[in-house]
Design a protein. Sequence first.
Length: 759
Amino acid sequence: MRLRREMKNIVGIGIAAAALFGGFATAATLSDATVRSHAAVARRAAAEGMALLKNEGVLPLPRGSRVALFNLAGEYHPGGGGSSKVKPVRVVDIPGGLKEAGFSVDPESRETAVVVLGRSSTEGNDCSEAAWELSVKERESLAKVKSDGYGRVVVVCNCGHAINLGPLADDPAVGAILWTWFPGGEGGAAVGDVLSGKVSPSGRLTATFARSLADYPTHATFHAYRGVVPYEEGVFVGYRYFETIPGAKEKVVYPFGHGLSYSTFTVTPGGVSFGGDEITVATTVSNTGTDPARRSVLCYSSARGGEAEHPAIELRAYAKTRIIAPGESETLRLVFPKRDLAYFDDEGVHAGAWVLDKGTYDILVGGSVRDVVKAGSFEVGKPEVLEAPGIRLAADRLARRLHADGTYSGTPVAYQSRPGLEPNPKLPAKAVENPAVTLYDVAAGKATIDEVLDQMTLKEMLFLLYGHPKVDPHGTGSIGALEKFGISAVQTCDGPAGIRRSVESTYFPCAALLAGTFDPVLLREVGEALGDEAAETDFDVLLAPGLCIHRHPLCGRNFEYFGEDPLVAGVSAREYVLGVQSRGVGATVKHFAGNNREETRRYEQDVVGERAFREIYLRGFERAVKEARPWAVMSAYNGVNGYNCGENYGLITGILRGEWGFDGLVMTDWHTTVPLWREVAAGNDVKMPDDCEGTYMKFVKKDLGPSQAEFAISRNFLAVASVRESASRVCRFVMKSRRFRRELESLAAKDRSASKAAE
Ligand code: BGC
């Protein structure tokens, strides 16, 4: 069998090749079976991720209640703008959901008032400070609801970012607050499920809600410095700040992990075992109330007496029960590696190492950071260096950094470095018309990728290193598309909450809500459903999940990220990726890393200590990369300590590939402004395109793209070896795709029928 497709010689490599070669099999719509089953997953996830923040005996509402609805949100927000936007198959808004749940919506009734607040949010913009507070209209409407004397007042918050909930939390007239984030197309139905008691709430907040924006240690630096953001708070982000720094606890309205149930539980740790490199806490959860319900258990550590400073409490593991009937119990095993307790020393005697500090480690279990019991503790006699990768992202301009006692001091100065280059070898100058071997031969075990690359000119290799504008009007572009070498045009699509295209798809809840389920199994299911939808609609790679950290409550993309804690981000992303990829579709973890502000994302520099960057902003990526092996990583627009992420050698080649062993593809975020050659030199394989063959693409190709890369090679700024290495990774990426496998199969079928005919 000779696996060769009829070769089309590419004269003048260009987008036309992608257009010819990347055609879609069908303009596929989802099957009815998919729509139905995924609606059920989305609804269950939405109901389980909403957090009931306050309930003064008001919820669940009695069956068939008459409800006066104050929809101050205006329109319902199933999700946010940008890469998470979906054209939904179905949207059940909150009025629709209340009706579905059997309530009668009756403006005249004084029985129950349901007041819906809303906040939109989108990529490319941060949220305004005005949006943090209740608006005048919201305050007036709430005052009217109170003076009209409703029996029960329930506030439902359909918001993409945290808001000041202090006035509602403190107000005795507000009987219940349900925080729904952006709950997706089935979100209104899920609100109905929770308010009616069909589902007992079990979601929790994955971010701390403080009383004022100024209470967040990141607030002073969030808007003020255009383009340069000093991460002065260090590792004290979110609850790590509020639970550690003297005087900060009182500023919290609802702490990390807060979320109520209709039932009551006891959580009893059965002791901590420290076997080998793992710590295990078996915890028994008993339902002592009257409602069948699920309960998540969060396990934290608290270190004291060490050489270094540590946050007062840090999340280490979590798990969730099945639905437990009243009077019944379930025992959960919470396990985490000892390595997770290590801190990264970026300035002390062990600088550049992960160190298990000396001192006492308490292990705590419970729910929110404020609601825990001690399960056990252990001592470490002297600091133990676990790994010593060295300093890779030194902060050279961070003037000061926060300490655990609330004071600040300066940080040391160091510079990133990268190895020098060997002289560049010569490559074929003239393109071959009919290559002797193609990627199909590689797949058949008859050739190697190196042999395919040996036939390429520099131009052809560079062609593989930038993405091509979308062929499908609804996709986000393709990668590969060198037909004569059998390199398919792998089709990518957004995004985190569903397949973003103009044909309808399931609108899943946003990431912040999904993470709030504290249910890794459910995250896997959502990933599987997204993988199925990508496959059914003929995409190869999903540009999701996003797992940056909620550094400040007003980042325009917080809804798209899992929360303020790196363990939650890492576990949620791992399960999501495993789910998507189990369907033969690639996942892309993004935006690597520190894209924690949107307004200035294209040119922003995070100036951040390496300890904070590794422990808070990279840890989730590390877990997802090591434990789920995503096909791709998307480098972020912003920079870290002077280098944009796509051109950050320490970040991509040093940490991602060198330390974590990532062997997949790194693509940039869409239309970055750094020259291609600098990205390739850093280990970033592909620069992704704009939407169309417009002015921007012309600029990229002329000024930032391959011709400039050729010049950089001629001056030995860029190694041909780096170009080749990235081209080789593109080939490996293409070979995993559905498209390539389909083409391979159809060629094999053609070959089979040809040999039959010849017999
Ligand atoms: C976003 C990415 C997205 C890409 C393609 C960018 O603007 O930051 O998250 O995947 O566009 O739509």
